[in-house]
Design a protein. Structure first.
Length: 533
C-alpha cells in the first residue's frame, strides 16, 4: 500500500471516529443501571423533619425508610423497616417488630430506640418541624410539641426492646399504616444528629454526613447541579434493589428539561412544558404520562394583611377567576377546575360545599368592602417560584383581576428557597402554592388549615373548623367522618384563606427503558422497584 493511500485511510478513520455518535447519558445509565431524574428544584434540605416539598420527598425516600413502605402499584402499606405489626382490638396500640438485620448505612443496627429518638426530635418545640402535627394522634404528642409537657416519657412511643416499638394513639387512626411511609415518620440516625448539635438544633449540617437506612446512600451533592445516590450495601433488602444509582437534577426551566429528555440526558422529567403536550400526544405517546394526581394548585392569601383580612375581599378575588380558561389554555394537561380544596373522590369523599359566584358577584362584594370598581384598592404583591407554568398563571390572574375588578397586582418571581422563606415568614400578600396528598384520605388536605398548623402559612384560623377536624379524627364511622369534613370545607370556602384553582394531573416523560414506573394517585414510585432495561 502506498504512503498516500495509507495516509488517506488513516485520515478517514480519524474522521469516522470523530463523527461516531456519542453514547447519551440515558444509554450509559441503561448500561450501568443509573437512573437520571428531573427533580424540578434544588431541595431546601435533606432533613426529613424540616421539609415539605415533592422534590425533597423524591430524594429522602431513597435515603431513608419508615416503618411501612408502599406497594408500587396500589400504594397499600407493606413492610418497611418493620417486618410485621400487631394492632390492639380497640385500634389504639400498634406494636411494630423491626427486621433483625436492619442496618444504617454505616453498619449500625436500626433499633426501636432510633424511631423513639426521631419522633422525639420532630416533636421537639425548638425544631419547629412543619409536619410535627402529623404525629399529634400519638398520646401526649401534641402537648409535648406545644411545650405543655416536658417529659417525653409520657408520650405514647416506647422501645420495648431493641427491635420492638410500641405506638399508642389517643384515638384510632384508620390510615396510620399509610401515614408511616411519609418522611415525617422516618427515622434519623441519633449519633449523627447529636454529633452536630442538640436534638432540637436547626442547620447543624448533619445532612452533610448523611447516615440513612434506605435502599440508597448519598454519594455526592453539587448545589444547583445534581445530587447522586448509589445503591446501599447495608440495606436489608438490597438484593431487590435493581438500580445502582440515581442522579437528581434540579431543572426548574421546563423547556430546558424537555430538551434534555429529547437529547437522551434524562430518563424521567418532573413535568412537561404545556406547549409540548400535544406534540407528544401526536408523535411520542409511548413516553408521555398524563395521570390522575391527588393534588390541588391554589393561592395563599395572607389574612393578617389588609385588605386581605376581609373574607369578602378574598371571596371577590376567588370569584373573579376564570378557572375553565386556565385549564383549557394554560395548563392543558387534562386538569380540572377547582371550586373546593380537597380533590374529588379522595378516600371516597367529594366536597359539596363549594365556591360559587360570578365576576359580577365579585364586583358587588368588592364594592361592599369599600372598593367600588377597584378604587382605593392597594397594589398587592403576588409571589411565585421560578417555573414556566407558575409565571403564566400569575400573569393570567393579574389580567383577570385587572379586567374584572379594576385592581393592580405586582408579580414577584423568586427562587424556590427564597420563596419558601418568604411564605413561611408571612412576607407576602398572595402566593402560589400546591398541596399533594400524603395519603388517600381527606384529612391529608383539611388538617392543613388547623390554627397554627406548621403548613398553614395564611395566618388564618377558625375554632369551629379546628373542632370539626378534631371530631373527624375521633370518628370511626366513615359517613359521620365525611359529614364533619363537609362542614369544615364549607367554612374554608366561605372564609377563603386560600383560593383553589385546579386539580392536578401528573405530567412527565418517561424513557421506554424505565420499568416499574406505575401510575398512581400520589405519583409515588418506590425507588427499589424501578429498573432499567
Amino acid at each position: 500500500m502506498n504512503v498516500m493511500l495509507r495516509c488517506w485511510l488513516i485520515a478517514l478513520l480519524v474522521v469516522a471516529a470523530g463523527c461516531a455518535r456519542r453514547e447519551t447519558r440515558v444509554q450509559q445509565g441503561d448500561r450501568e443501571g443509573v437512573l437520571h431524574f428531573g427533580n424540578l428544584s434544588e431541595p431546601v434540605s435533606l432533613d426529613p423533619h424540616l421539609v415539605t416539598g415533592v422534590s425533597e420527598h423524591n430524594i429522602i425516600s431513597a435515603l431513608l425508610e419508615g416503618l411501612t413502605a408502599e406497594d408500587p402499584v396500589t400504594l397499600e402499606p407493606v413492610p418497611g423497616a418493620a417486618e410485621r405489626w400487631e394492632i390492639s382490638p380497640d385500634g389504639r396500640r400498634y406494636t411494630f417488630h423491626l427486621w433483625p438485620d436492619g442496618r444504617w448505612s454505616n453498619g449500625d443496627p436500626v433499633t426501636a430506640a432510633d424511631f423513639v429518638f426521631a419522633y422525639r426530635r420532630i416533636l421537639t418545640p425548638a425544631l419547629g418541624a412543619p409536619y410535627a402535627y402529623m404525629l399529634h394522634g400519638i398520646v401526649n404528642a401534641e402537648a409535648y410539641n406545644r411545650g405543655e409537657l416536658d417529659d417525653f416519657g409520657a408520650v405514647g412511643v416506647k422501645a420495648l426492646d431493641a427491635t420492638t416499638l410500641e405506638v399508642t394513639l389517643t384515638e384510632p387512626i384508620p390510615y396510620l399504616l399509610s401515614l408511616l411511609s411519609h418522611y415525617s415518620w422516618f427515622p434519623v440516625h441519633p449519633p449523627t444528629i447529636l454529633a452536630h448539635g442538640a436534638i432540637g438544633d436547626i442547620g447543624t449540617g448533619w445532612t452533610e454526613a448523611y447516615v440513612g437506612n434506605g435502599p440508597f446512600v448519598l454519594d455526592e451533592r453539587h448545589v444547583n447541579k445534581h445530587i447522586r445516590v448509589r445503591k446501599s450495601e447495608t440495606y436489608r433488602d438490597r438484593d431487590r434493589v435493581a438500580l445502582n444509582g440515581i442522579v437528581f437534577y434540579p431543572i426548574g426551566d421546563h423547556t430546558i428539561e424537555e430538551r434534555a429528555f429529547r437529547a437522551g440526558q434524562l430518563h424521567i422529567t418532573g413535568t412537561i412544558p404545556v406547549d409540548r403536550i400535544d406534540h407528544y400526544r401526536r408523535n411520542r405517546p409511548d413516553v408521555l404520562r398524563l395521570e390522575p394526581y391527588l393534588g390541588c394548585y391554589y393561592y395563599l392569601f395572607n389574612t393578617a394583611r389588609p385588605p386581605l383580612d376581609n373574607p369578602d375581599v378574598r371571596r371577590a378575588l376567588a370569584m373573579a377567576v376564570d378557572r375553565d380558561s386556565i385549564t383549557r389554555h394554560i395548563t392543558r394537561g387534562g386538569e380540572t377546575p377547582a371550586y373546593h380544596f380537597t380533590p374529588p373522590a379522595t378516600g371516597g369523599y367529594t366536597a359539596t360545599n363549594i365556591l360559587t359566584g360570578t365576576a359580577e358577584d365579585a364586583r358587588r362584594l368588592l364594592a361592599a368592602a369599600g372598593y367600588p370598581g377597584g378604587q382605593g384598592f392597594p397594589v398587592l404583591r403576588l409571589l411565585y417560584n421560578t417555573a414556566d407554568t407558575h409565571a403564566r398563571l400569575a400573569e393570567a390572574l393579574q389580567q383577570m383581576w385587572q379586567r374584572e375588578l379594576g385592581i393592580g397586582i405586582e408579580l414577584v418571581n423568586m427562587e424556590w428557597k427564597v420563596y419558601i422563606e418568604a411564605t413561611q415568614s408571612g412576607d407576602y400578600d398572595i402566593a402560589r402554592a400546591a398541596w399533594i396528598g400524603d395519603y388517600l384520605d381527606p384529612n391529608t388536605f383539611l388538617d392543613l388549615w388547623l390554627t397554627g398548623g406548621g403548613n398553614n402559612r395564611t395566618g388564618w384560623g377558625n375554632p369551629a373548623y379546628d373542632a370539626l377536624i378534631r371530631e373527624a379524627a375521633r370518628t370511626l364511622d366513615p359517613g359521620q367522618r365525611h359529614a364533619r369534613f363537609q362542614e369544615a370545607e364549607g367554612i374554608l370556602m366561605r372564609e377563603m384563606p386560600i383560593m383553589p384553582l385546579y386539580f392536578y394531573r401528573s405530567k412527565s416523560l418517561v424513557q421506554p427503558s424505565v420499568r416499574g414506573w406505575h401510575p398512581n394517585l400520589l405519583d409515588h414510585h418506590p425507588w427499589k422497584h424501578i429498573r432499567l432495561d
